[in-house]
Design a protein around this ligand. Structure first.
Ligand SMILES: Nc1ncnc2c1ncn2[C@@H]1O[C@H](COP(=O)(O)OP(=O)(O)OP(=O)(O)O)[C@@H](O)[C@H]1O
Length: 223
C-alpha cells in the first residue's frame, strides 16, 4: 500500500532574474513500512523535498499525497493538525523543548492533540530506546545520542503514518549513529513504521530498504 506519493513536485525560488529549481519534477512513492534513504550532494534538494512531504512548505506545482490526502490543498491550520496526527519529525539538532523533562517531551505531541497517551505502547518505546532511567532528566543533561533517542520516542508516540528524519545522525559519533539507525530500522519492521530519512552518509544509507538519489532537484537513481 502506498502511504506517500509525490507527483511532478516542483519548487522554484526566484531571486531577481535568477531561478533556483530546488525540486524539478519529483515523482516517487513509498510503501507502508518502508525505510527509504534520500541521498544527494549539498544543495541537491533533499531538505526541500522533506519539507514538502511534511507539509512544512508548499510546492510551486505538483502534489504530495499522504494517506491519499493532498497536503498541497490544506490551509495552514489543516496542515498543522494533519502533521501532528500523521507525521513525526526527527531533526539533527533534536528540537527538544528545554524546559520540559524527557517524559514531558515524549508525550508532548499527544498532549497537544488533547489525546490520551497509550501507556502500554509508551512503555514499550521507552524500553526499546532505553530511556526509563532518564524520564525525569532535562534535555540539557543528556548526551547527544540520548537526546536523539528522546526525539525518536517523541516521533513514534503518536504512531504517525510517516516519520521524516533530516540527518538524524548528523551530530552523533559512529557507534551512536549505528544505534540510532538500528532503532529506526527496528521501528520500521516492528511497527510497520514508514521512514523517509535524509543522509549524507553512504554507509548509513545502505542500511535503508531503498535509496533515492537526488541531483539538481531530480531523482537520478532509485533502487
Ligand atoms: N528559501 C530559499 N530561497 C532560495 N533558495 C533556496 C531556499 N531554500 C533552498 N534554496 C535552494 O534550493 C536548493 C536546494 O536546497 P536544499 O536545502 O533542499 O538542499 P539539500 O540537498 O538539503 O542541501 P544540504 O545537504 O546542504 O542540506 C539549493 O540550491 C538552495 O540554495
Amino acid at each position: 500500500m502506498n502511504i506517500l506519493q509525490t507527483n511532478e513536485l516542483k519548487k522554484y525560488y526566484s531571486q531577481g532574474s535568477n531561478i533556483t529549481k530546488a525540486l524539478d519534477g519529483i515523482s516517487f512513492s513509498v510503501e507502508k513500512g518502508e525505510f527509504v534513504a534520500v541521498v544527494g550532494t549539498s544543495g541537491s534538494g533533499k531538505s526541500t523535498l522533506l519539507h514538502m512531504i511534511g507539509g512544512l512548505d508548499t510546492p510551486t506545482s505538483g502534489t504530495v499525497l499522504v494517506k491519499n490526502n493532498d497536503l498541497t490543498k490544506l490551509n495552514d491550520e489543516q496542515a498543522t493538525i494533519f502533521r501532528r496526527r500523521n507525521i513525526g519529525f526527527i531533526f539533527q539538532n533534536y528540537n527538544l523543548v528545554p524546559i520540559l523533562n524527557v517524559y514531558e517531551n515524549i508525550v508532548l505531541p499527544v498532549d497537544l492533540d488533547g489525546e490520551i497517551v497509550d501507556t502500554a505502547f509508551l512503555d514499550e518505546i521507552i524500553n526499546m530506546l532505553s530511556l526509563r532511567e532518564k524520564l525525569q532528566s532535562m534535555p540539557n543533561n543528556l548526551s547527544g545520542g540520548q537526546q536523539q533517542r528522546v526525539a525518536i520516542a517523541r516521533a513514534l508516540v503518536t504512531k504517525p503514518a510517516i516519520i521524516l528524519a533530516d540527518e538524524p545522525t548528523g551530530n552523533l559519533d559512529s557507534k551512536t549513529s549505528a544505534d540510532v539507525i538500528g532503532l529506526l530500522q527496528m521501528s520500521s519492521k516492528k511497527y510497520q513504521q514508514t521512514i523517509v530519512m535524509i543522509t549524507h552518509n553512504n554507509e548509513i544509507a545502505q542500511l535503508a530498504d531503498r535509496i533515492v538519489r537526488i541531483e539538481d532537484g531530480q531523482i537520478i537513481d532509485r533502487r
